[in-house]
Design a protein around this ligand. Structure first.
Ligand code: AR6
Length: 231
């Protein structure tokens, strides 16, 4: 991609090249044109049944704490519908804290189609994973593994076989992966959140002291993982 420095004046005279002027062509790699952006779903609040109000506090507080470490990089909380309660709670709480809405915002869309369908460039996405890091199940985990094809399963296995609650694992996607070449996603970060659903492993039986601690750890691990892809 070639780019010339943007015009700094509204006057044509100042920007029109003259016969003897040298024009410097600056070559910028396509990856550098995109602001590093992490799109993440609300961890644990659907299948894992975590309280939405508590989760929204934790999302806003951990995002606020991380933004200063991230340079110009952006954090985007994603959900499927305009009626998403977690998106409204987070949006309202972030606005009350005057968090820069250009750096941390909410977005409605399928996390596997943010560029192609929503026009949003995100180079990293998070997955609300299960402890076995297996494809399938439901929710966002099933959607991400399906969209990424077998490449994600192989790349995940190369990094880890299991995940503890509160932890995250950063998985680089090969360029052959459909999520990489169609959506521009270079990494998936699997995160395991706390589980409040008695029908899923490691249920915390409504212990929100433990649950909140683990959810906070999960977002901290996620944002640290994202930071490692930015540096
Ligand atoms: N794009 C964006 N957001 C989505 C999408 C999508 N395609 N699909 C779901 N969400 P969940 P959990 C939102 O249930 O509660 C799995 O089976 C959804 O509306 O996926 O952490 C795993 O294997 C919600 O806001 O994750 C685990 O066993 C958020 O993503 C278990 O579920 C998280 O919902 C993890 O449960």
């Amino acid at each position: 991609v070639s780019a010339v420095p943007a015009a700094s004046s509204s006057s044509n005279e100042a920007t029109t090249p003259k016969a003897n002027d040298k024009i410097e062509i600056v070559r910028v790699s396509p990856a550098k044109l995109v602001v590093p952006t992490l799109a993440f779903p609300s961890i644990s609040t659907a299948d894992f049944q975590f309280d939405l109000d508590k989760a929204s506090d934790i999302i806003v507080e951990t995002a606020e704490a991380f933004l200063p470490k991230l340079g110009s990089a952006r954090l985007v909380l994603v959900d499927l519908s305009h009626g998403s309660k977690i998106l409204s709670l987070v949006k309202a709480k972030a606005s009350r804290k005057n968090i820069d809405s250009g750096r941390f915002f909410t977005f409605v869309g399928d996390i596997t189609k943010l560029h192609s369908q929503g026009g949003l460039h995100c180079n990293v996405i998070a997955n609300a994973a299960n402890w076995r890091l297996k494809s399938g199940g439901g929710g966002v985990n099933a959607a991400i593994f399906k969209a990424a094809g077998s490449d994600l399963e192989a790349a995940t296995r190369a990094r880890a076989n299991t995940l503890l609650p509160g932890k995250a694992v950063v998985v680089p996607l090969p360029s052959t992966c459909p999520l990489h070449n169609a959506e521009g996603i270079t990494h998936v970060i699997h995160v395991l959140g706390p589980n409040m659903n008695p029908n899923r492993p490691d249920c915390l039986n409504n212990d929100y002291t433990k649950g909140c601690k683990i959810l906070r750890e999960a977002y901290t691990s996620l944002f640290e993982g994202f930071l490692s892809t930015v540096q």
